[in-house]
Design a protein around this ligand. Structure first.
Ligand code: GRF
Length: 203
């Protein structure tokens, strides 16, 4: 059984896709051990609770400094002894210690075809605004392993989505989610759970 922690900050539609994937068995052999949000108001926490999942908030606001927040986050994740950490719209820079300890065991979903529209400052609607401003005709989503850079780790899966005439950042974001993100993230987890992708050994 692949034990996962899902880290979230917002609406949690990607979390929902994982919950549904486990329920309908498109994701095999996987259990969500904990959902962690940095933001108490995240609707993702409600989604987790209504599916009777362990849901906790670790907010930087409740810690003296970044260092103590980072330590609390690492400690909380360690408590669950998970095999994989899934960043599903987690808007916090992953602490270096966490990346080191869980090397090769953290995946992220990014709403563009990396290396386009990624890196510092490209999150949420900004990614889609930039894609529209550049006038690309195709965008998409990427699932990648997390290393110490911003969106720089090895790519696991990508899916292209067409930009349509008259798109706004909002309509494009929705299409990328529906046609790419909600399929790719469950698919990536299933690949890992079924041993098609090798994870590094636990530290
Ligand atoms: C998604 O677009 C994801 O790619 C990005 O943040 C958004 C999260 O949406 N990293 P949700 O909270 O899963 O609905």
């Amino acid at each position: 059984m692949l034990k996962i922690a899902v880290l979230v900050s917002g609406g949690g539609t990607n979390l929902q896709a994982i919950i549904d994937g486990i329920k309908n068995r498109t994701i095999m052999n996987t259990e969500i051990s904990v959902v962690i949000s940095n933001n108490e108001g995240a609707f993702a926490l409600e989604r987790a609770r209504s599916s009777r999942l362990e849901a906790v908030c670790i907010s930087p606001k409740n810690y003296e400094d970044r260092e103590s927040f980072n330590e609390a986050l690492l400690k909380k994740i360690d408590e669950y002894n998970v095999d994989l950490i899934v960043l599903a719209g987690f808007l916090v820079k992953i602490p270096e210690k966490l990346v080191e300890k869980y090397e090769g065991r953290i995946i992220n979903i990014h709403p563009s075809l990396i290396p386009s529209f990624c890196g510092v400052g490209y999150y949420g609607l900004k990614v889609h605004e930039a894609a529209l401003a550049r006038g690309v005709k195709v965008t998409g989503a990427t699932v990648h392993f997390v290393d110490s850079g911003m969106d720089t780790g090895p790519i696991l899966l990508q899916k292209a989505v067409c930009v349509e005439e008259g798109d706004t950042p909002q309509t494009l974001q929705r299409r990328v989610m529906e046609q790419a993100e909600w399929q790719l993230l469950p698919q990536a987890i299933n690949m890992i759970a079924s041993g098609k992708v090798f994870l590094g050994s636990k530290k």
